[in-house]
Design a protein around this ligand. Structure first.
Ligand SMILES: *Cc1c(COP(=O)(O)O)cnc(C)c1O
Length: 422
C-alpha cells in the first residue's frame, strides 16, 4: 500500500506503526474520491477542519465553559471555544450558542432536558413521514421517556399538514413542539409554527440538523428569529466536523448550557469545538453562500432528471439539498435500488416515502442529496448525468458486468472533480 500526498508526513509514521488502520484511511479516501456521494447528510469537510480534528486539542479535558472550567490549563482551548461561540452568534443572528454537543442526537437530548421532564408531551414529526429517531421513535430515549404525539404530511401534496399540527397541539397541550426532519424536501413555515406554539404555550424547537447549512449560506429562511431553540449537526450541509450545536434565545442560555454539561456530557471534544469554529468562519464567506445556492439548484436538477427517467419526486420536487424519490414506477424496491447503486459506485440510501406501502426495511423510495457533489464543484450538467447513472444502476446494477460499466463511468465523472487532491 503506497502513501498519498494528501496526508502529511505523520501518515508515513502511522503506516509503519499500524499498517492495518493506515490502509483503511487510504482506501476510505479513495472510496470518497471515486464514488458518487449522494447521501443527503454527508459532505466533504475542508482540510482546515480535518487539521483541527487531528490536533493536540484532542488531549485536553475542559469540562465546563470558557472561564469556568473544572480543570486547569484551559487558557488555549478557551480561546477556540469563545471564538466559535461568537462566530455562531454572528452567523445565525442568535443570542446564545453552545458548541459542545458531540452529535446531533446529543444536542437533542440536551434540548429535551433543558425544556421537559420525562413523561411530558412533545409534538414532533412522524418518523415514516421524515422525522428523526430522536423525535419519538420507540427504540430511542425520546419515544421511551416522553409522550410523543406525531404529526405528518398530507396525502395529497406530501407537505406538512399545519392544520393537523394545530389541531393536535390544541388537543394535547404539548410542552414543546419540534419541527425539522431527516427526509423532508420542502421548506418549513416557521412563522406558522411559532403562531401555533404561542397559541398553546409550547416551546418552539427546530431540529435544523439537515438544512442549517442552507440557512448559514442564506439560501433559505432562518428558523432562529422564531424558535426558542434550534439544534443541529455541524457535518451535513454545514460542512464542518462531525458534531452538534445549539443556538437559542438568551433567556434559555443557562438551561441549555446546564443540560449539555453537566446534564448530558462530560468533557467536550475540544478538537471538534475548534473545528466547528473553523467551519463557521468558512460559512460566513461569499463563496459558501454561492455554494449553498448551488446545492439547492443542483438538487432541483437532479430531482427533475430522475423524473425524466420516469421516477417521481415526493412533494413535486425540492426546495433544499435533498430529494425523496418514489421509484415504484421502476418496479424495484428502495432496498434493491440502494444495493444496485452501491454496486455501481453510487452511494445513496433507501428511504420510506410518505404513506409507503412497503416496510421500512424495504421501502418504495430513495433519498438523494447534493451537498457533497456540489462541494466537489459539480453543476447542472453533472446532475443530469448523475440522474441517468442512477436510472441505469436501478435498472441494470444487479448484473455484475453492467454494474462495472456504470462504476467506470462514475470513476470518470468523479476524476474530473477531485476531492482532497494529492
Ligand atoms: C442527522 C440528524 C440528527 C442526528 O445527528 P447525529 O449527529 O447523527 O446524531 C438529528 N436530527 C435530525 C433531523 C437529523 O437529520
Amino acid at each position: 500500500m503506497s502513501s498519498d500526498t494528501f496526508f502529511g508526513p505523520d501518515f508515513d509514521a502511522l503506516q509503519a506503526q499500524d499498517p492495518d488502520i493506515a490502509a483503511v484511511l487510504l482506501s476510505e479516501l479513495e472510496r470518497q474520491r471515486h464514488g458518487l456521494q449522494l447521501i443527503a447528510s454527508e459532505n466533504f469537510t475542508s482540510p482546515a477542519v480535518l487539521t483541527a480534528l487531528g490536533s493536540t486539542l484532542s488531549n485536553k479535558y475542559a469540562e465546563g465553559y470558557p472561564g469556568k472550567r473544572y480543570y486547569g490549563g484551559c487558557e488555549e482551548v478557551d480561546k477556540a471555544e469563545l471564538i466559535g461561540i461568537e462566530r455562531a452568534k454572528a452567523l445565525f443572528g442568535a443570542e446564545h450558542a453552545n458548541l459542545q454537543p458531540h452529535s446531533g442526537a446529543s444536542a437533542n437530548i440536551a434540548v429535551y432536558q433543558a425544556f421537559t421532564k420525562p413523561g411530558d408531551t412533545v409534538l414532533a414529526m412522524s418518523l415514516p413521514h421524515g422525522g428523526h429517531l430522536t423525535h419519538g421513535s420507540k427504540v430511542n430515549f425520546s419515544g421511551k421517556w416522553f409522550n410523543i404525539v406525531s404529526y405528518g404530511v398530507r396525502a395529497d401534496n406530501e407537505l406538512i399538514d399545519y392544520d393537523e399540527l394545530r389541531d393536535l397541539a390544541l388537543e394535547n397541550a404539548p410542552r414543546m413542539i419540534c419541527t425539522g426532519a431527516t427526509a423532508y424536501p420542502s421548506l418549513i413555515d416557521f412563522e406558522r409554527v411559532r403562531a401555533i406554539c404561542d397559541e398553546v404555550g409550547a416551546i418552539m424547537w427546530v431540529d435544523a440538523a439537515h438544512f442549517i447549512g442552507l440557512v448559514a449560506g442564506k439560501a433559505i429562511p432562518s428558523p432562529v428569529p422564531y424558535a426558542d431553540v434550534v439544534s443541529f449537526t455541524t457535518h451535513k450541509v454545514l460542512r464542518g466536523p462531525r458534531g452538534g450545536m445549539i443556538v437559542s434565545k438568551a433567556e434559555h442560555a443557562a438551561a441549555i448550557d446546564k443540560a449539555v454539561f453537566p446534564g448530558m456530557q462530560g468533557g467536550p471534544i475540544m478538537s471538534a469545538v475548534a473545528a466547528k469554529a473553523i467551519a463557521l468562519k468558512e460559512c460566513a464567506t461569499p463563496e459558501y453562500q454561492e455554494y449553498a445556492k448551488n446545492v439547492i439548484s443542483n438538487c432541483q436538477v437532479l430531482a427533475s432528471g430522475l423524473e425524466e427517467h420516469g421516477m417521481r419526486a415526493v412533494s413535486g420536487g425540492t426546495q433544499t439539498h435533498l430529494a425523496l424519490i418514489d421509484i415504484r414506477s421502476t418496479g424495484i424496491s428502495g432496498k434493491i435500488a440502494d444495493e444496485r447503486c452501491g454496486l455501481s459506485g453510487i452511494t445513496l440510501n433507501k428511504n420510506a416515502i410518505p404513506y409507503d406501502p412497503e416496510s421500512p426495511a424495504v421501502t418504495s423510495g430513495i433519498r438523494v442529496g447534493s451537498a457533497a457533489t456540489t462541494t466537489q464543484g459539480m453543476g447542472a450538467p453533472e446532475m443530469v448525468q448523475i440522474a441517468s447513472l442512477i436510472a441505469r444502476a436501478i435498472k441494470d446494477g444487479g448484473e455484475p458486468a453492467k454494474a462495472a460499466e456504470i462504476r467506470s463511468d462514475v470513476y470518470e465523472l468523479t476524476a474530473r472533480f477531485p476531492v482532497y487532491p494529492r
